[in-house]
Design a binder for this molecule. Sequence first.
Ligand code: MN3
Length: 304
Amino acid sequence: MYFHVQKLINEIVPDEPDPQAANALQEGLGGQFGEMRTMMQYLFQSFNFRGPAKQYKDLIHAVAVEEISHVELIATTISRLLDGAPKYRGNEMGGGGDGTPLEVALGGSGKGGGLNIHHFLVGAQGALPVDAAGNPWSGSYVYNSGNLTLDLIYNLMLEATGRLQKCRLYEMTDNKTARATISYLIVRDHAHEQVFAKALQSLGVDWGKTLPIPNFDATKFPEVKKLMDKGLHNEQHHWRLDGSLLGAIFQGPSPTNNGETVSTTEQPPEGAPMTDAPERPEEFSPGLSPELMELAQHIAKLSK
Ligand code: MN3
């Protein structure tokens, strides 16, 4: 069973609305190598785990639980990037025309392209479980062969591809809201590559100079450097209230053979405050009449 803390796993930095960046980020949420896939793949692998080598179940499960928070973080980031985009006139592409409040959904009068009309038509300026081309997320992305070594190899490939795509996303946008979340996820993908690499190393694999993938100096992205300076790429929390065997595997020298050390942390990340999204009357969201809102606020008081 799972418990919940009403916080985000990392801070979302405020910046201007940017519906194009929001759509690009959909790949990191609902794409074949996105956060919904990592979450579901690792959850199913842990649900279906067989045999007594429980340290590997704990390891897969630890990453799975963190991925739930990544889905939450990137979905919230997409919502923030969309929120207020129709009325925003500060940059070239934003801002609806003169009369229609949601004109931006049709491409607007600026640069146009790169938007997903469903962000405004189906959702109310919120994230959707689709990729950047609008394809719905699919359960067939999930790889769970039941063979532990194969599953771990595939998980490492998944994290490496996720990191590759996020590095490309970083190069696509300079929006601070988007980049803060992309950078955090680049660093955590790095950590998860190391988690699965350590697991495979414990089963006899020697990584030599292969890792991380993509193998380049990620500290050239300033936001990524800040997080790596704190060692965020070398640690993994176990997310268990009742004790975990993750630390038996994820400790000691980094599998990237760079002289750094990896470790399992006892304390979860501190988290960042979650703020309320504003109401959007042009989307009829949340669409409560003053009478119903009054009723809702009255009910909220009863719970105290
Ligand atoms: Mn992730």
